[in-house]
Design a protein around this ligand. Structure first.
Ligand code: SF4
Length: 85
């Protein structure tokens, strides 16, 4: 019997420049940067939990394949669904 802990999934952003995930603004070159960061997230095994954490903490930047505007939309949609239930 092995006592070794199971290997934790490695975040896809581990080898990326952290600045990629924190664009300045959301126009012009920042749009391209946001899309590049989201592309990294899309190949990340931790995307769902990362997104949930960002929603819980109200993070800035790109997390879990979303930017701040995406997460604001998600929160508004969830609030509308709760209100309609
Ligand atoms: S989903 Fe989260 S952990 Fe994965 S690459 Fe994106 S920011 Fe990093």
């Amino acid at each position: 019997m092995s006592t070794a802990a199971p290997a934790k999934p490695r975040p896809a952003c581990a080898d990326e420049d952290p600045e990629l995930f924190f664009p300045i603004g959301n126009t012009g070159p920042a749009l391209l940067q946001i899309e590049e960061a989201k592309a990294v997230c899309r190949r990340c095994p931790l995307m769902e939990s990362c997104l949930q954490g960002a929603l819980d903490r109200t993070e800035s930047g790109v997390w879990g394949g979303t930017d701040e505007a995406d997460r604001r939309r998600m929160k508004r949609r969830a609030a509308r669904q709760r209100a309609a239930a």
